[in-house]
Design a protein around this ligand. Sequence first.
Ligand code: AMP
Ligand code: GLY
Length: 431
Amino acid sequence: MNILLIGSGGREHALAWKIAQSSRLTRLFIAPGNAGTSATGTNVALPAGDFDRVVEFIHDNHIRMVVVGPEAPLVEGIVDFLEKHPLSRQVMVIGPPSSGARLEGSKVFAKEFMRRHGIPTAASERYDRGTLRDAQAFIASHQPPFVLKADGLAAGKGVLICHGRTEALAGLDEMLVHDKFGDAGRQILLEEFLEGIELSAFVITDGSDYRILPEAKDYKRIGDGDTGPNTGGMGAISPVPFADETFKNKVETKIIVPTIRGLQKENIPFRGFLFFGLMNVEGEPFLIEYNVRMGDPEAEAIMPRIGSDLVELFEATATGKLSQATVTIDSRFCATVILASAGYPGNYEKGKRISNADHLTGGLLFHAGTSRDPRSGDILTSGGRVMAISSLGRDLRKALEISYQNAQIISFEGKYYRKDIGNDLLMGTIR
Ligand code: AMP
Ligand code: GLY
């Protein structure tokens, strides 16, 4: 069958790489893709926000399955649009409709959903401009740290962890008075700070059944030792050694099962990936957030560990037959290291020539922010996160060793990467 994959990052290259190995695939199109995805299929300049053009493309190219990588088109309702349109109604779609995408698109909705279904999460209260004084009074009468969350999508920047009252009051002002996040910050959650260890769990669901995918740990800060500003993620490790069977069973029974049942009870037809951002608080899992897609860079660490045919798994998901599907997982470790542009997550330059991308030894290279110079054919940087190097190893140390050797081989002006991905797990000094 012909498949259209929407997105352009490292996650999409990892998905495209895995889809391209399927015996079910005839042609793969990636919209818009990057310089790496063009080795797995055909990149097409199709703006994901222009749903009419997406439908036209589906029709013209006999697309049977659409896989939506990023959250924005899901929250904007691409799935609802495709499912209603006479020319795309028959197409299998991986990704939830907007009713399900609200789990990621609105933190207030997600929190209320967690409460309705008894899912363990941090205590929190909702505020808007009209109740600003109540939020200020709460801060004045409670002890820091405080967690402030803009309700809507804010490109990973909508969460402030404030260690003092002054900072929290300033954050409130920015969000509720000065509209720092526009519409996304019109409502906020003021949330209890959870002290614990973060990790993420993933499932694919057809709305009634689910299959658990490998868990992963993401490294969100730009600097070694988890310092500096938050990024989209600078590396990932899968599996996560401290997530033992007892903990994973708790995640399944206290978080995953109530979520799937909750979706059913609320008549939300969810066919796609669900990503659970978790905090392990002294052995108990708490849900920090939902995402309605794979993670990036978690996908780059997880896809190499999935043994099963991904397109068969997607078919089972889209047709409600996940109960008959099996997912095989490679027991080896996968370590992903992101190569970024100097200056990221702040301002950075683009258009730097990348060399040695075809000289890797033993690792997998997933492109993120790259493009190809149409004249010279050179690969150029075009984003903050430029590439992900993922390596499988019999243990974490070996996987990291291969990724870090390859991180040195690839070169471009301003190349930056964290040198300590996975170190906390190796040393058992988990932050
Ligand atoms: P989110 O955008 O919801 O993933 O939040 C970004 C980051 O903020 C998370 O990865 C956590 O590190 C942190 N965070 C969010 N909520 C809390 C909380 N209630 N307690 C402690 N840290 C949190
Ligand atoms: N790496 C975190 C995310 O994809 O949201």
